[in-house]
Design a protein. Sequence first.
Length: 122
Amino acid sequence: MKHFMVIVRINGTDYLTNVESDTEYGAEHKVLDLGICGKHDYTINACMAYDIHAMQYETFRCSAITATPISFDDLKIVIYNRNAEIQQKDYAEDRIATLTKKLEETKAELDAAKRLFESLCQ
């Protein structure tokens, strides 16, 4: 197993963490697999792993300098919290749609009952 530095963007914030894996791809997926895809949002917006050689380049240095250092365990908490936010948002959207449909159906029933009542009162 090797150690890779992984830069992850979550909800507009870049995090820098150390991940143990056999490959860069594996390191990225140890992070990516923790996130979810909601109806309108992704937990993880970007993820890039760097090995010891890639860390020598400007691309890594420019990204790492502005990233917040975080342990992998703490990053998991950030990801789980963002997952929960996305799930709650999706649930609320679904609930609004369900209740709106019910409300429209109830209004239609009310209108029909009013028409029946008016026709019987004449």
